[in-house]
Design a protein around this ligand. Sequence first.
Ligand code: FAD
Ligand code: SIN
Length: 536
Amino acid sequence: MARIQTDILVLGSGIAGLTFSIKAARRFPDRQITVLTKTVEGENNTRYAQGGVAAVWDEEKDNFEKHIADTLDAGDGLCKEDIVRIVVEEGPTRVQEIIDWGARFDKEKGSAEYDLAREGGHSEHRILHYKDLTGWEMQRTLMEEAAKLPNIRILEHFFALDLITQHHLGHMVVRVTPGIECYGCYALNRQNGDIDTFLSRVTVLCTGGAGQVYKATTNPVIATGDGVAMAYRAKGRVENMEFMQFHPTSLFNPAGENPSFLVSEAVRGFGGILKTAEGEEFMQHYDSRLSLAPRDIVARAIDSEMKKRGTDCMYLDCRHLNKDDFTAHFPTIYQKCVSIGVDPMKDMIPVVPACHYMCGGIMVDAYGRSSIGRLYSAGECSSTGLHGANRLASNSLLEAMVFAHRIFLDIQDKLDGWNFREGVPDWNAEGTTEPKEMVLITQSIKELKEIMSYYVGIVRSNVRIKRALDRLFLLYQETEELYKTTAVSPQLMELRNLITIAYLITRSASHRRESRGLHFTTDYPEKLPFVEESVL
Ligand code: FAD
Ligand code: SIN
């Protein structure tokens, strides 16, 4: 059981965590920045991003006001307009920064100009991309840049368990306690099984999404909402959790796979058209923007057509597109389709919605400050107010970079004033033994995913939400019993965290008595005339 002091503790090595760490390491060359990551440095949602990063680039055709208007429109009345403006206006500088660090984005054939793509909800071509591997390219760049800085230490296979607050010093801490502060975290070293105590002056949570709370998701298996669950357990504020985004087009693979493979929205921006099995277009019945309407609308349209027809999927028709252009833009998607026997140039691609992005999360302000002192958050686990009730495509990589930068700005003058907290005890594992039956955990995770997928998915209702809450309570009780007597393991902690996430989604959904953005309930199909955040 090691005790490690580090000036800055960063949880997560995706775009948010690494962008922040690089900036902090440069600004404070004498300070130690420790990044914990639950598996390997390069495995996270960032790595799988396909479509690209949205930013106003072509100033002749595009401008900030258009990007702002598109973001607000997608967010369905719940975006914070000042935050949208900040992200859109600061975005291009952050994109230029990662280009300067070595990120490559595709250029137009024979030109020095970037090839800007278009995705659902965007009125202009403004998505910078690297083939259909944009996230991989950005992650590669950040890892290489971080490796140049000797004061960044990246610890792989360290699973953060809980944030340390006054609670661990024996004080009573509830959600309304004023002045809650974070002093670091406890983390499981997966290589030797020890639980180490990390003490920090400041902690930045960049733990990504929670797609694994549903059966079908584009998110890799690390996406179990650990950061949001930890912040909530530490009595931090969490908001807008009912707005879980389903991507309309994950590849329907009858063999089943976790995660589901994404067929980027950029394919529709490139000319792919949504169709029925009979080859008929159907989006005209739902939105005048057809296949390029915002995600919530397209995902609901596909879900509704599948239910009406009793089919397992709908189709994306790319057969009319030029093969050389298609394979140059989407080499990974092309290869993946072929690997399951679908040739996109001859066959329509079978697609189905899958959980993709968590729009809500840890409530933060314009500088990434959470409701807990000395605790910041950026990236998918945070809720900044940019996305509102539905995220606009390719806005999340942008948001992560902008907020990583703003957190870095905010801590500059504060770091010296924060000391390491004394008296923090080691992790207490008294009374726990090794798990005898792992099946108790794996089966509960399966049950949880079923509950969420059937009752709190794309279309909700009061009855479904009540059923989900009742069943989740049972799972919660059983799991807490297990937790009291069982030595912690990543599987047990992920189950606990997923139950918390499921509860937060379902509880927030039960509070929202209207349909807005990604939250659609048959009991309240209309929007209310006023807008409210759902803060828990
Ligand atoms: P992540 O990149 O997910 O990183 C999370 C990190 O936290 C990981 O390092 C993980 O190990 C660590 N972590 C988590 N829990 C713990 C714990 N308990 N202890 C220690 N470490 C922990 N967005 C766009 O803008 N454009 C796109 O084209 C795009 N395409 C996408 C395609 C796919 C298939 C997916 C899944 C997402 C896509 N997104 C896209 C969304 C975007 O990729 C993510 O929102 C963004 O990358 C999240 O970055 P992040 O740094 O917040 O989290
Ligand atoms: C995609 O490529 O369709 C994903 C883009 C995003 O999630 O922003």
